[in-house]
Design a protein around this ligand. Structure first.
Ligand code: NI
Length: 167
């Protein structure tokens, strides 16, 4: 296993659109394992392959604090969505900043697992938000894109400030 480098906003590669996976091989399993290790190391709840510069439709999620419920979603597709909810979101490509984003309250998705088996998953609460956030990444969209121009400016300023501090 290996830790992967997470692309940081405004890296243009975060805007790429990921391609569907059609071969469920060792390479994909290895990628998922490395992404989970990277997710846990970064103490995040979700990571999309796009964020580690792999343009494939693969997401890893673990919303537990104990890091014991890893979810690997391949070629996820939205089947249904309901309600609205607004919550503070962060992103491993925007470390240290958070912003309120409006999303569907519940979603139902279908996805493939590492063996190529199809599943249907109803999601609510944090899982629903996380799934929508990560599925956006596969289409080159980040939570930043959901913000008003004013809030985008504020978020960028905050990021710049944090980065200057870290130097
Ligand atoms: Ni993200």
């Amino acid at each position: 296993m290996a830790l992967l480098n997470i692309l940081q906003f405004p890296d243009p590669r975060l805007k790429l659109v990921a391609a569907p996976i059609d071969t469920f091989d060792q390479e994909i399993t290895e990628l998922a394992k490395n992404m989970l290790e990277t997710l846990y190391e970064a103490q995040g709840v979700g990571l999309a392959a796009i964020q580690v510069n792999v343009q494939k439709r693969l997401i890893v999620i673990d919303i537990t604090e104990t890091q014991k419920a890893p979810l690997v979603l391949i070629n996820p597709k939205l089947l249904a969505q309901e309600g609205k909810v607004e919550s503070d979101e962060g992103c491993l490509s925007f470390p240290g900043v958070y912003a309120k984003v409006r999303r569907s309250k519940t979603v139902e998705i279908e996805f493939y697992d590492l063996l190529g088996k199809k599943h249907v998953l109803p999601c609510e609460d944090l899982l629903a938000i996380c799934v929508q956030h990560e599925m956006d990444h596969l289409n080159g969209i980040t939570f930043y894109d959901h913000l008003s121009p004013l809030k985008q400016t504020l978020l960028r300023k905050k990021l710049d400030k944090l980065r200057r501090k870290a130097l």
